[in-house]
Design a protein around this ligand. Structure first.
Ligand code: NAG
Ligand code: NAG
Ligand code: NAG
Ligand code: NAG
Ligand code: NAG
Ligand code: NAG
Length: 766
């Protein structure tokens, strides 16, 4: 018995190839997903009928094959190309190579779940571009292409290499002449014997990764030795290395020690193509004596900082290219004798990338399908379309126009899996979607007309008619035997909405919506029940209160007794919370609609509106509440006419909060009295209509700030903003110094002491 019948086993072969690590878990995962989808999608099954009526989910790739480089001649091994798709019913799989079917009967090929396993792959028979097809009743999708290539590295030819001579101080190179190989090689050189690999030696040596050649900027007598080119190839599952026969280099002493200007020997192409997201490298190396130094620059801008230290070495490395790095680059080799330069352009291109894709769609039969795919990329990608893995082109009802697909007069057989494919020379990307063309006889079961539709007398009502149906049904409404058409009170829209305005008792009764398409017809009936309109019978009245007082706003309404009535209140349009026991707003116990405002504050003044609401209609009424309180702060306080002991203050009235301002008091403070103190003014009592006063009794040469406070019969309000600090003018002391004394001192000198009594002077030091 072949191990194929027990899925995880055949994957446990010799580990010659990277095994699909996730294979056995992913088999389990796929099964689980399908089961859960089946369980979750009964509505989709019953609501649509596609081509053969039993497809739940079209295939969706979870794993697609990746390109492989397989070591040629490794005949014992296997190559596994992965392919897994989620689908219900579960997907079956087939494979194509170079566009033709892989013969599954051939014992060299086995299918393990969706994966294609090729035993003993051979270059001549198996190299090619592989694609997987995932198939179920909903349709077929084609995977991305994976290239199976064969890697090889032949040995260097057996014959010896001719010896080479170089002159001391001059440049020289040794050619690697690598043997036939695939894919690209990496190169190193060693001297005399393996593994004494060459080091760069301060930039004197350079190994080109393009040709493999070894370059010597300036030969020295002790460079005389045997050199070997060592090459390595990296394949997906193995690496292989080989090295050349000896290259004998003899350096002839020169003795003259002639210096020479740099001459670039390893250059880079005049035009290099780079791919966004990938790394680009440019090589540059020069002969010269002394050994030339190298540096890179960007001719048309700044050298990207991502070049890092490579900006001063023989290989400029630019990782993760973007379009910003496109431009002309220059390598400069310089030493004390001169310089040499080379320039070349890097042109950046990009693999295709989706900007817009289509998504799974369910569309009614006979209608139109419009799908658009847009891809970015450089060169600009071309877009083509597939239906169930087959190319789709303009014919009959199908119109393909680049990224646009249009199918008119959709038929059941248009259901299936669609793919749009964007392609340029750097890559190909796929976007997949499922199309389901729906047919459905009109059916009200999942969405019938509402059975009971209450409506208020004088109000309006809307009744919806939304059966499932495909193609779109024609809809009409009737009341008994009377077909309803547009009139002054009745509107019937083509999408099935019935509207009746200014409802009266006579409108009560049964209303039936009829739906019909070519597959059949159905009807659904609702009962319109006319109720009394809600009316406000006692509206709140305008009120004014003093700050901190309670007030009740009344609101009573009449309504149809078959329905519940609820009251809500809003202040200036914002709904109030009446349920917070700690809040200011409460319902009045025993009286449904009334609002009690406890300890009204200035901020609670405004327009209160009461709304009485039933399920069919509502009515509102509103009233204004005025809250009286102490005056607001006076504004615009300025200090004028600053003298030694007095100033003049001016201000403007603040808001009176609905009670006339009775008087003002002036507060001030100086450095000597940190708290605010009432100031002496002229007149001493400032009337409520005043807007200026004189403050006196100040100290000379002292900093002051002032505030004004207004009050009315409800109390004193908030103080105004403080004035700017002002300094009173200086004046002669008003009190003579005391404690005059003297004595001591040298000859011709008299010391006099006294105590200063002017408080301002004390502070300011006179
Ligand atoms: C597929 O095409 C490539 C390139 O044309 C060719 O080298 C290879 O042999 C083909 N492979 C198969 C299996 O036909
Ligand atoms: C070779 O000679 C140079 C001087 O000409 C010296 O700097 C260098 O160290 C020598 N290298 C070896 C490996 O002896
Ligand atoms: C009735 O009026 C609606 C709204 O104005 C309109 O959309 C509809 O086409 C009219 N129906 C007929 C049959 O004229
Ligand atoms: C609403 O209908 C009543 C009779 O049922 C009629 O008197 C009244 O004018 C109508 N109002 C409007 C706005 O059409
Ligand atoms: C309405 O539909 C019911 C089935 O749901 C059918 O028995 C009845 O005859 C229909 N009424 C009309 C007037 O077509
Ligand atoms: C305002 O109402 C609250 C709560 O009902 C009550 O405790 C308070 O005494 C009332 N205040 C006045 C001034 O009537």
């Amino acid at each position: 018995m072949s191990p194929l019948s027990s899925p995880p086993l055949p994957l446990s072969g010799p580990p010659l190839l990277p095994l699909p690590i996730s294979s056995s878990p992913s088999v389990l995962f796929t099964v689980a997903t399908v089961l859960s989808l089946t369980a979750c999608s009964p509505s989709r099954l019953t609501s649509t009928s596609s081509a053969d009526g039993s497809c739940t989910l079209g295939p969706v790739f979870e794993e697609q094959p990746s390109s492989v480089v397989y070591p040629e001649g490794l005949s014992e091994g296997k190559v596994t190309l992965n392919c897994q798709a989620r689908a219900s019913p579960a997907a079956t799989y087939s494979w194509r190579v170079n566009g033709t079917d892989v013969p599954v009967g051939d014992p060299r090929y086995t299918l393990v779940a969706g994966n294609l396993v090729i035993s003993g792959p051979q270059f001549v028979r198996d190299a090619g571009s592989y694609q997987c097809l995932a198939i179920n009743r909903c349709g077929t999708i084609l995977s991305r292409a994976a290239n199976l290539k064969f890697g090889y590295l032949h040995d260097f030819p057996g014959e010896g290499r001719s010896p080479q001579t170089a002159y001391e101080g001059a440049g020289a190179f040794l050619a690697c002449q690598p043997p036939a190989h695939y894919p690209a090689l990496s190169y190193r050189w060693f001297v005399s014997e393996f593994p004494s690999f060459m080091k760069p030696d301060g930039g004197r040596w350079f190994v080109s990764q393009v040709t493999g050649n070894l370059y010597l900027a300036k030969a020295e007598p002790n460079d005389t030795a045997s050199y070997f080119c060592f090459t390595t190839i990296n394949m997906d599952i193995s690496t292989k290395s080989t090295f050349s026969k000896a290259n004998q280099l003899t350096v002839q002493p020169d003795g003259t020690g002639l210096s020479s200007a740099p001459a670039i020997k390893v250059g880079f192409p005049a035009e290099t193509y780079a791919l966004t997201g990938h790394t680009t490298q440019l090589e540059c190396f020069a002969y010269g004596n002394p050994v030339p130094k190298l540096r890179w620059r960007k001719v048309d801008g700044l050298l990207p900082s991502k070049a890092g230290a490579s900006a001063e070495g023989p290989i400029l490395t630019l990782p993760e290219m973007t379009f910003h790095e496109e431009g002309v680059y220059e390598c400069e080799a310089y030493n004390s004798e001169g310089r040499d330069t080379q320039q070349g352009r890097i042109t950046v291109q990009a693999q295709p990338e989706w900007l817009q894709v289509m998504s799974d769609s369910e569309v009614e039969i006979s209608s139109e399908l419009h799908w658009t795919c847009v891809a970015a990329g450089k060169p600009r990608p071309s877009i083509r379309w597939l239906r169930n893995g087959q190319p789709l082109s303009t014919q009959d009802r199908v119109e393909v126009n680049g990224g646009r697909l249009k199918v008119i007069n959709l038929a059941l057989e248009d259901s299936g899996m669609y793919q749009c494919v964007a392609e340029n020379k750097h890559g190909t990307i796929y976007s997949n979607a499922e199309l389901r063309v729906q047919v459905q006889v009109p059916d009200f079961r999942s969405n019938p007309v509402r059975r009971l539709v209450p409506a208020a007398r004088g109000g309006q009502v809307m009744m919806e008619c939304r059966p499932r149906a495909a193609p779109k049904p024609t809809l009409f409404w009737s009341r008994g035997t009377e077909l309803l058409t547009n009139s002054s009170r009745v509107t019937v829209t083509p999408d099935g909405m019935l509207r009746i305005h200014n409802i009266s008792r006579a409108d009560e009764g049964k209303y039936t919506c009829f739906a019909e398409n070519y597959l059949g017809k159905a009807n659904s009936t609702g009962h319109l029940s006319v109720r009394d309109a809600t009316k406000i019978t006692l509206a709140p009245s305008n009120a004014d209160i003093n700050q901190g007082e309670n007030v009740t706003l009344q609101c009573h309404a009449s309504h149809d007794p078959t329905m519940d009535l609820t009251f809500t209140w809003a202040l200036n349009g914002a709904l109030l919370d009446l349920e917070d026991p700690g809040g200011t707003y409460h319902r009045v116990e025993g009286i449904v609609g009334d609002l009690l405002i406890v300890s009204g504050q200035l901020s609670q003044a405004g327009t209160y509106s009461c709304t009485a609401q039933t399920v069919v209609d509502s009515a509102s009424a509103s009233a204004k509440l005025v809250v009286r309180g102490p005056p607001g702060p006076p504004g615009g306080l300025v200090v004028k006419n600053v003298a030694a002991t007095s100033v003049e203050l001016r201000w403007s009235r603040g808001y009176d909060n609905h009670s006339p301002i009775g008087k003002y008091v002036i507060m001030g403070h100086s450095l000597l009295s940190p708290g605010w103190k009432r100031m002496r003014t002229d007149p001493s009592n400032i009337e409520g209509n005043a807007e200026s006063t004189r403050v006196f009794g100040l100290l000379p040469w002292m900093d002051y700030e002032f505030q004004v406070i207004a009050s009315n019969i409800l109390g004193s309000g908030e103080p105004s903003m403080s004035s700017h600090t002002v300094r009173t003018q200086q004046a002669a002391p008003t009190v003579a110094p005391s404690g005059l004394g003297g004595g001591g001192g040298d000859r011709n000198e008299l010391i006099i002491t006294w105590t200063v009594n002017h408080p301002g002077a004390l502070c300011r030091g006179g």
